[in-house]
Write a protein of this length. Structure first.
Length: 83
């Protein structure tokens, strides 16, 4: 069964919303990277290894990185349907 045009239109709007949310999360991650002079990838490795401490910023950074990853996965799924 192929998605109808109305469903595709809805998914395209959802895709745009995801793009906007991802841009926000990327901006926030960039701010953390600049503040702490670490890439998010390096931060995640160190945080998950227990090397970063318990600062509130670190938990926020970790959460935003996870959210961005989730949104990317969902956006990829949507992209596969609307193409």
């Amino acid at each position: 069964m192929q998605p109808t045009e109305q469903i595709k239109a809805s998914l395209k709007r959802e895709y745009l919303l995801h793009s906007n949310a991802m841009a926000f999360y990327q901006k926030v991650l960039g701010e953390f990277e600049q503040k702490y002079q670490l890439t998010t990838h390096t931060f995640l490795k160190r945080f998950e290894a227990g090397e970063m401490g318990d600062d509130t910023d670190y938990f926020d950074w970790y959460a935003f990185a996870g959210l961005l990853d989730d949104w990317r996965k969902t956006q990829s799924a949507i992209r596969s349907v609307i193409q």
